[in-house]
Structure formats: C-alpha cells, structure tokens
Design a protein around this ligand. Structure first.
Ligand SMILES: [Zn+2]
Ligand SMILES: [Zn+2]
Length: 763
C-alpha cells in the first residue's frame, strides 16, 4: 500500500509517497536510526499487487539497487507523488481534508478521520487537476519552422515540441520557464501548434485507425500455425495443472504468420478466463499489433500501453487494471510488464531477439527475464517469437530448456526473395559527388521497379542529412564540444546535432575554429538519400526515421501514405525493417549492409544478420516476387553466405563456434562495469588507475576475467570521461561481488560506477 511519509527534519519535512513492504509487531532499529509516524494512507485499496512488489525486490537484488529505486521507475508518475485528499461526507455536509491539513491536526481529530475512512464515511480522492495540466500542445508543422528567425521564443517552443511530442501547458511552462504564454498564443493563432483539451493521443488514435494500411483479411490458420497453437494451449494447461511456468520458442521465417498464432492464443486464453500480455520491441510495432488484435478479436477487452503515452494516460491504465476483475488482452512495449494485469497467465514477446527488450538507461532490466519471473509467479506460459532468435535463446532451445515450435513456410507458400550482394568498395565513402551511396546496379533496379508501377524500400541506418560537416577553410570536421563526436547535419531543421548527447547548433553559422563559412557535408543519411532518390522517383520520396516521426501520428501517416502508393520509394532506418507489410513492395535495397559489422560489440554479426534478414523479409510479401539488394564494402565477410540464404541455423552454428572460441555468451556470463568522471576532475585519472589495480586483484580471487578499465568506445560523452571494464565469469554472483567491492573503494569518491549485466549496448 502507498502511504504519505514525512522525509527530512522537523516541521518542514516534505511529504513523500512511500510503499509499505512489510509490517512488523516488534521494532528492531539499527543504532542512531529514529522512527517517524506514517502521515496517512494514499489509497484505500493497494494498486500495487504483492506480485509486483516481489518482482521489484527481485530486480533490486539482481541489479544491486534498492527496491525504492526500482519502484520509482516502474510506477506511473502520478502514483509516485502524494497527491490525495480526504473527502468527508455526512448529513452535516462535506469537508475536504488535504494532506497538509490532516498532518497539522491533533491526535484526536486524526483518529476520528481514520475511523470515518474505515467506516466508509470518508473517501480518498485524487485532487482535481488544473486546466494547464489537461490541455496539451501538439505540433502541426514540420521543420524548417515557418516563423521569423528573430522569433527565438517561438522557435524554442517548436523545437521543444519536436523533441518531446505532445506536452501539457503546465509542463511546457515548467520546462521553458515563464513567458511562454505570448509566443505560444502566436503559434496557436498561426496554426503551427494546436491545443487539445484531452490527451492528444486519443485524437491520434482515432485518426490512426483510418490511416494504417488495411488489416490483413480474416485468416484461417494453416497446418503449421494450427500445430503451434495447439502446442501452446497444451503447454499452458500443463503449466497450470503442474504448477510450474513453461516457455516455448515460436521460430518462424519472416511472413510465416506468427501474429495470427498469438492472437488465436489470446482468444483461447480469454475463453479460459486468463489474461495475455503481448509485447512488441518498439512503439510502431505495438501499434500494429494492437490494430491487428482489435480487428481479429473485436469482442475482447483490450488495453494498450507504451512508454511514449502521457503520464496521465499510463496512470489511468494502471489504475483501471489494478481494480479490474475480468481477464483482458494487454498490448504494449516492455514497460507493460509492470502493469497489474488481472489473471495474467501468458506473456508473448514478439521479435524476441530485439535489443529494445533490454532497457539499459536508468534501470537496467531484460524484459525476457522479467516476463519469466512473472510467469513463474503465475504458473504461466512464456512465448518468445522470432524469425532470427537471439543466439542465447536458440542455444537454450537446443539444450532442451526451451521447446521450439516451427513455422518453416511463408503464408501463401511464397518463397523468400532472392538476395544479391552489391560490391560498393569502389564507391567513395564520402558521398560528396553527385553519385551518392547507391551503386549503379541498385539505381537500375529501383528504376525498373518504378517503371513497373511497383514499390521499393531503401534502408539506411543513419538519420540526418550528412553524418559529418567539413570546414573547407580550416580542414576540420565540426565536432560536439561535450563528446568530441562528429555533428550530424539535419537540413530540414537547419541544425548540426550530436546524436549521442543531443547538443545542437544552428547551421549555417561560422566555424567555431576559424570563423570560416565554407562547408562541405560529407556522407549520406536518410534525409540526403531521400532527397537524391526523389529525382529518380520523379517526385517526393517518403522517409521514415526518428526525425520524421516526432510529431504524434506522423509515423502512421507516413506508413499509410506509402500503403496508398503515394510514393514508389520509402527510405528509412531500422524502424522500417520490422513487421510492416506492404504487398506492392517488390524490392528492398540495403544501402549500407556493413554499417553494423564494424562496431566494437561481440554481437555485431548477429545484429547485422538479424537486421538484414528482417529487412529482406519486407520484399515480395504480396503476389509478385521480390528481390533484395545488399550493398557492402566487404563481400568476403562470413555473415553474407547465411544472409543470402536467410539460413538462420547455418549462421547460428558458425557464430556459436566463434563465441565458444573467444569466450563470449552463451558460454560465459558477461557484464560491463562502467566508470566515468567529469572531464575537469583532474585527480580522477589516478583514481581510475588505483581502482583498476584493486579490481584486478579481487577479480583474480573471484575467478573472474577482467578486461580494462579501458577508455569506452565513446570515450567522452556529455562532458564525462568514460571507461569500461568487461567482466567474464561463470556466475552473476561473483560479478556482483566484484562490483560491490569496486563501489566500496575509497578511490571511487569522484567516480560514478554503473553495473550492466549482460549488456546489449557496448558503447
Ligand atoms: Zn573552420
Ligand atoms: Zn555530444
């Protein structure tokens, strides 16, 4: 249960939301610790179930954090604060008791109020929300901004909305300070920004229903699908009767109809009085799953949850589910795992190999582990689905820990499209000439597709116009002052942006080194590629990346426009590679196939393989045969032979042998200990060295292999010097022990340490 507790000294102590983990009759306090009285409960019925509390405590233990830290991240914002009032209603009238007033009341009054609450004469109500929190500002235009360059406050507002999506007026004032009223009013009158009474998402969702490509026709499961479904239903029954969680891997080639199996499983679950949680790795796919679910199962109660919804929306979903008695279907992204879903008996993770299922900012957790923990609580079924499973998942499957259900054929019996490699080692990587990233062969293929009236997707995993800006006067490239990383040119926004810390400066503006004004954009991002291809297409080319989809509803609009064939070409980043289904697409061009191969990450080949096989799966999903072209500078890389055949199992065997040789997961446990300090901290370098020496000794005692600390691949980020230690061992316990040892050293005073178990991001 959530309660309000005073935190701080004396009368002025602030009230904070606390969560009662357990109660005890006796008091056994450590020396020097005094007790305070709980001020007041924040709810009549606990919204946080015992199972979620157990989950938070388990995560806390595993991540070496305290449970409060975990709960602070997984509870919706509105449930983390002490916003409540007591409303007392009897025949003499109604009185309101805000927390501050209850706190100031004498013992007798408080006892009286508590009695009233217990007897149902009083209710705990969230206080009325103010208008400024309920009115949301939504962007209506894309950059470049149609306002005078001198209107800096307006531009600031537009930039902020571009960055954050829909924002309440209250939060806008909070973020940008007082004096936003006048510029906001001008933007509203000009129609550049709109104000919506309700959460903008409602409107977006209504619009989106009409905009997404039409849902697939009602389906009948083919034999493979039906067999997989039956297996899952049996597994779930077994789990519940034998009181132990079970898991299955649904391994099906791209286009084999995994979604249809999930939805039928949901139908079966609900018919048996159980809830199912269906998770996608990212928001775009979650939208699509929800739409498919709503079409296929219109009779089933459906909840939708993702991290980009407004706090108010997420809180409402949380509260609804907390009091709900009946089973339901919940579709969402990884954070939906922390919702109090009633009668939860099954969790499905679609595209389970996706790195987005691991969260590594602020609170590190792997969704697969959390899902398994929840199923263990409920004796439920965990389903992992993928065309290119995570190597570790498949390894577990081979070891017999995770039974595999196979969908070896595409729905409708279509073949996977042929994959061809295009050698671009002779093309200039700078792409400054009129010929960009695309080889003549690729342009030729695009040309043919356009002339046949068909469509193509072009994938380039690099957003912006040009990844580097070169000063012709002093010969330097412009770099981020905080990270020393090249700034990416965004033409539409007229800005140079650091993709790692978000630093930006207007462009054109004089070179910070030599004040020169002659620049050459080097290389090619999605923005420039789309611009180039519009010549070929004879009209604007659609583009899907994080920049073009900032505005709420934009992603759906772009996908719908492409489905309506408003442009023959869609250029996009890896956002484009998954899940989407465009029957008229017959060609997929991957402009820079090796972009991921050279990253300092032991999973580089696996990631590249997954991305390319997923992308290849976008072509030839309709009646016409498809074709895939992958451009590469390194045609001899071992990964290609498997990509060409979409031979997951061949790749798996080769990659596994490599990892065994080099001692990488799944053969060892791997963790990163990240160390960083502020650049100006000049004693810190010595401290890192001392710490390193101490850690090496301890690691040897614990039987761990310790590499580093070495400067991180991104050695300078947001003004902090970064180091990483790679730790390999046979169990997590020893790795945690090393981390605790390091954190307790006296050298760490000015250092920041962070433990990342099984990291997905090695930078
Ligand atoms: Zn210069
Ligand atoms: Zn930066």
């Amino acid at each position: 249960m959530r309660v309000a507790v005073p935190l701080g000294r004396g009368e002025k102590a602030a009230l904070r939301a606390g969560i009662v983990l357990e109660t005890s009759e006796t008091l056994d306090l450590p020396k020097g610790v005094a007790c305070k009285t709980v001020c007041w409960p924040l709810e009549e019925q606990p919204v946080l179930t015992g199972e979620l509390l157990a989950l938070a405590q388990d995560l806390a233990l595993r991540q070496a954090l305290n449970p409060g830290h975990i709960l602070g991240h997984v509870l919706p914002q509105g449930l983390r604060i002490t916003r409540v009032q007591l409303r007392l209603v009897n025949e003499k009238g109604a009185t309101s008791w805000p927390l501050a007033r209850i706190r100031g009341a004498d013992e007798g009054t408080r006892r009286h109020l508590a009695q009233a609450l217990a007897q149902g004469e009083a209710r705990l109500l969230p206080p009325g929300t103010d208008a400024a929190s309920e009115e949301f500002c939504v962007l209506r235009v894309d950059p470049p901004w149609p306002v005078r360059p001198s209107a800096s406050r307006q531009i600031e507002l537009l930039e902020y909305l571009q960055e954050h999506g829909s924002v309440s007026r209250r939060n806008l004032t909070r973020a940008l300070g007082q004096g936003t009223g006048v510029p906001l009013q001008s933007l509203l009158s000009a129609g550049h920004v709109a104000l919506t009474r309700q959460d903008a998402e409602d409107e977006v969702e209504a619009v989106e229903q009409g905009l997404l490509p039409p849902p697939p026709a009602p389906f009948v499961l083919n034999d493979d699908q039906a067999a997989a479904l039956n297996e899952m239903k049996t597994a779930l029954e077994t789990a519940q009767t034998e009181k132990r969680a079970v898991s299955r891997l649904l391994y099906g080639v791209t286009g084999s109809g995994k979604t249809a199996v999930y939805l039928e499983l949901a139908r079966a679950c609900l018919a048996a009085g159980k809830s199912l949680l269906l998770l996608a790795p990212e928001v775009a796919l979650a939208y699509k799953l929800r739409r498919d679910a709503a079409c296929a199962l219109p009779e089933i109660p459906l909840f939708f949850h993702h991290g980009y919804q407004s706090p108010a929306r997420r809180e409402a979903t949380y509260r609804q589910l907390a009091v709900r008695q009946e089973p339901c279907l919940v579709v969402g992204t990884r954070s939906a795992l922390f919702l109090p879903v009633p009668h939860l008996a099954c969790v499905v993770l679609d595209e389970e190999h996706d790195a987005s299922f691991k969260q590594d900012e602020s609170l590190a957790y792997q969704a697969k582990e959390v899902a398994w923990f929840r199923m263990a609580q409920k004796n439920g079924l965990l389903v992992l689905g993928s065309a290119t499973p995570d190597l570790k998942t498949f390894h577990a499957a081979e070891g017999g820990h995770l039974p595999v259900l196979r969908l070896p054929r595409r729905v409708g019996g279509r073949d996977l499209p042929p994959v061809e490699l295009v050698d671009i080692s002779s093309l200039s990587p700078a792409a400054t000439t009129e010929h960009g990233l695309l080889a003549p062969q690729s342009e030729q293929a695009l040309q043919e597709v356009i002339s046949r009236g068909e469509q193509a997707v072009v994938l380039l995993n690099r957003r912006g116009y040009a990844p580097l800006m070169y000063c012709l006067d002093c010969g330097r490239t412009l770099r981020c002052p905080q990270c020393e990383i090249g700034l990416t040119y965004h033409k539409g926004r007229e800005k140079l942006v650091c993709h790692y810390c978000g630093y930006s400066r207007p462009f054109p503006s004089p070179c910070p080194e030599c004040k020169g004004m002659n620049f050459l954009p080097m290389g090619e991002g999605t923005e420039r590629l789309a611009e180039r291809l519009s010549v070929l297409a004879g009209g604007p080319v659609l583009r899907l990346d994080r920049d073009s989809t900032r505005r709420p509803g934009r992603m759906e609009e772009i996908l719908a426009a492409f489905a309506r064939q408003e442009s023959p070409i869609l250029v996009g980043t890896q956002m484009l590679s998954k899940g989407h289904h465009f029957p008229n697409v017959t060609l997929a061009v991957i402009a820079d196939g090796d972009l991921g191969l050279n990253l300092p990450d032991y999973r580089a080949a696996e990631r590249t393989f997954q991305l390319l096989v997923q992308s290849s799966g976008r072509a030839g999903r309709g009646d016409k045969p498809g074709q895939v072209l992958i451009q590469t500078r390194d045609v001899s890389h071992y990964c290609w032979q498997y990509v060409r055949e979409a031979d997951y199992e061949g790749f798996y065997a080769a990659e596994l042998a490599r990892r065994k040789l080099r001692r990488y997961p799944p053969f060892v446990r791997l963790a990163l200990i990240r160390i960083s300090h502020a650049v100006e901290e000049n004693t810190a370098v010595a401290a890192v060295n001392d710490l390193a020496a101490a850690m090496r000794g301890r690691a040897a005692e614990l039987g761990l292999q310790l590499l580093g600390p070495a400067p991180a691949p991104l050695a300078l980020l947001r003004g902090r010097r970064r180091y990483t230690c790679l730790v390999k061992g046979q169990d997590w316990q020893a790795i945690r022990a090393l981390y605790f040892f390091a954190a307790a050293q006296k050298y760490t005073k000015n250092l920041r340490l962070f433990l990342d178990l099984d990291p997905v991001n090695m930078l």
